[in-house]
Design a protein around this ligand. Structure first.
Ligand SMILES: Cc1cc2nc3c(=O)[nH]c(=O)nc-3n(C[C@H](O)[C@H](O)[C@H](O)COP(=O)(O)OP(=O)(O)OC[C@H]3O[C@@H](n4cnc5c(N)ncnc54)[C@H](O)[C@@H]3O)c2cc1C
Length: 401
C-alpha cells in the first residue's frame, strides 16, 4: 500500500511545525508543504513582536492557555537544540490607575490557574527596582516571558522538514480545493501554470487567508479573517535603557490585542507598539496598501457592523495614533513617563489575522476545524508563534489515521 500523503498549505511557523510533527510521528507518510511566497515565514511569522508569551492572559481551560504553556516548554527546548536565540528577559504588566489595578487581579488569577511559573505582584517600589523608568500603582512580573527569533525558528523547522525528506514547494499558490470520495485534490498555481495535486489529507495553515482556503474546501464562511495592521516605532538607540525587559499595559478585556508595549528584541533594539488599525489589504504592511477585494470582503461581512458599533471609540483612537507619533507615544508614556516624542523612530508593521464571527464576536481562542480529509487552523492569532509546536501536536493528534 502506498504511504499516505499529507499536503500542508502555509509555510508559516504553524504549517512548518505541523509538517515537522507529522514527519516525527509518522515517518512513513509523505509530507508536502505549499506556500505562495518565495520564502518560508513571509507573513505573520516574520512580522511580530518576537515575544515567547508565558501564558498569563488566557482564560484557564482554553486552547490558548493549554497550548501556550505546552508550547513554551517545547520552544525553549527546540531553540536550545538549534542554537536559536532565546532570552528570558521577563515582563511586567503595569497598572497605572485604579481600573487597571482591578483588571490586574484577573490577570493574576489567570496566570496562577494556567500554572505560569514565578509570577509575582509588585508595588510601585518593586516595579521601580526592576524597571527604574517605569511607573505604576502595581504590576505583575513574569520572569520566564522570553524573546526569540521566530523567523529563525521557521527556517529551522523548514530544514527539519526537508532533511526528513518532506518537500516544501515555494511560489505555489493554492487556488482551488476539491474533496474527493477518498482524499482531496488541490489546484496549485506556480509560475503561471496550474497543476493538480492529490492527497489523502490536507491541513490548512494559511494565516491571513485561511478562511478563503476553508471556504474552497467547503467550510463555513463564518468566521471571516479581518486584517488588523499593527504598527511599531523603534526606540532611538540611545534611549534603549528606558526598559530592561518587556513592559506591557494591562490589556482591555474586550479586545483581543494587548495594547502598545515596549519590547526588547534579540538584536538589542526596542520596539514600541503595535497599535491595531483595520487594514485595507490582508497583507497590507503600509498604510497606502489597498486590495479592493480584501477591503470589500471586510466591509461586507455582517460581523463588522457590530464590531464597528462596539469599538468605534477605540478604533478612532488607534487611527489617530497611526497618523500621529505624539498620540502613539502618549499610550506608552502612561507607564514610561520619560519617553519623549523624539525618542520614537519609524519602525515596521505586521498584519494580524483576526477571525470575526458573523455575530460580531472577535474570536479569541485558537480554532482547529475538521472537514472530512481537510483540517483547518481557522484562528491562530498571538500567541500562536509561541504555541506553534504544541498546536502542531494538537493538529496531528486530531488527524486520525
Ligand atoms: C503585529 C503582530 C505581533 C505579534 N506578536 C506575537 C508575539 O510576540 N508572540 C507570539 O507568539 N505571537 C505573536 N503574533 C502572532 C503570530 O505572529 C502568529 O500567530 C503566527 O505567526 C501565525 O503563524 P501562521 O503560520 O499561522 O501564519 P503565517 O505566518 O501568516 O503563515 C501563513 C502562510 O500561509 C501562506 N498562504 C496563505 N494562503 C495561501 C495559498 N492560497 N496558497 C499557498 N500559501 C498560502 C502565506 O503565504 C503564509 O506564508 C503577532 C502577530 C502580529 C501580526
Amino acid at each position: 500500500m502506498p504511504h499516505p500523503r499529507t499536503l500542508v498549505v502555509g509555510a508559516g511557523i504553524v504549517g512548518l511545525a505541523v509538517a515537522r510533527e507529522l514527519q516525527r510521528t509518522r515517518p512513513d507518510d509523505e509530507v508536502v508543504v505549499l506556500d505562495k511566497e518565495p520564502q518560508v515565514g513571509a507573513h505573520q511569522t516574520s512580522h511580530n513582536s518576537g515575544v515567547v508569551h508565558a501564558g498569563v492572559y488566557y482564560p484557564p481551560g482554553s486552547l490558548k492557555a493549554r497550548l501556550c504553556r505546552r508550547g513554551v516548554g517545547l520552544l525553549r527546548e527546540y531553540a536550545r537544540e538549534r542554537g536559536i536565540p532565546y532570552d528570558e528577559v521577563g515582563k511586567v504588566v503595569v497598572a497605572v490607575d485604579r481600573a487597571d489595578e482591578q483588571r490586574l487581579v484577573e490577570v493574576e488569577r489567570r496566570a496562577a490557574a494556567n500554572g505560569v511559573p514565578d509570577v509575582v505582584r509588585l508595588g510601585p517600589d518593586g516595579l521601580r527596582d526592576l524597571e527604574p523608568h517605569v511607573r505604576g500603582r502595581a504590576a505583575l512580573h513574569s520572569p520566564t516571558t522570553a524573546i526569540t527569533d521566530f523567523p529563525a525558528v521557521a527556517r529551522a523547522l523548514a530544514d527539519d522538514v526537508t532533511t526528513g525528506e518532506g518537500r516544501i514547494l515555494l511560489g505555489h499558490e493554492v487556488v482551488a480545493i476539491r474533496p474527493l470520495r477518498s482524499g482531496v485534490e488541490v489546484l496549485v498555481e506556480h509560475a503561471g501554470e496550474r497543476t493538480r495535486l492529490t492527497a489523502d489529507r490536507l491541513v490548512l495553515c494559511g494565516g491571513l487567508h485561511v478562511d478563503r482556503l476553508a471556504r474552497m474546501a467547503g467550510g463555513d464562511p463564518d468566521p471571516r479573517i479581518v486584517p488588523f495592521r499593527g504598527e511599531y516605532h523603534l526606540l532611538a538607540p540611545e534611549r534603549r535603557d528606558l526598559v530592561r525587559g518587556l513592559v506591557y499595559p494591562v490589556p482591555d478585556p474586550t479586545l483581543p490585542f494587548l495594547g502598545v508595549h515596549l519590547t526588547r528584541r534579540v538584536d538589542g533594539s526596542v520596539d514600541v507598539g503595535p497599535n491595531a488599525v483595520l487594514a485595507t489589504a490582508r497583507e497590507g504592511y503600509r498604510r497606502r496598501d489597498l486590495v479592493v477585494p480584501d477591503l470589500l470582503e471586510t466591509l461586507t461581512w455582517p460581523g463588522m457592523r457590530p464590531v464597528a458599533a462596539r469599538h468605534w471609540r477605540t478604533g478612532t483612537a488607534e487611527v489617530l495614533g497611526s497618523v500621529s507619533a505624539r498620540r502613539f507615544a502618549d499610550a506608552a508614556r502612561r507607564y514610561v513617563p520619560e519617553l519623549r516624542d523624539a525618542d520614537l523612530l519609524p519602525g515596521g508593521a505586521g498584519v494580524r489575522a483576526q477571525a470575526v464571527g458573523r455575530d460580531g464576536s472577535l474570536v479569541d481562542d485558537f480554532v482547529i476545524e475538521r472537514l472530512g480529509p481537510v483540517t483547518a487552523v481557522r484562528n491562530a492569532p498571538s500567541p500562536a508563534a509561541t504555541s506553534s509546536l504544541a498546536i502542531a501536536e494538537e493538529v496531528v493528534g486530531r488527524l486520525g489515521r
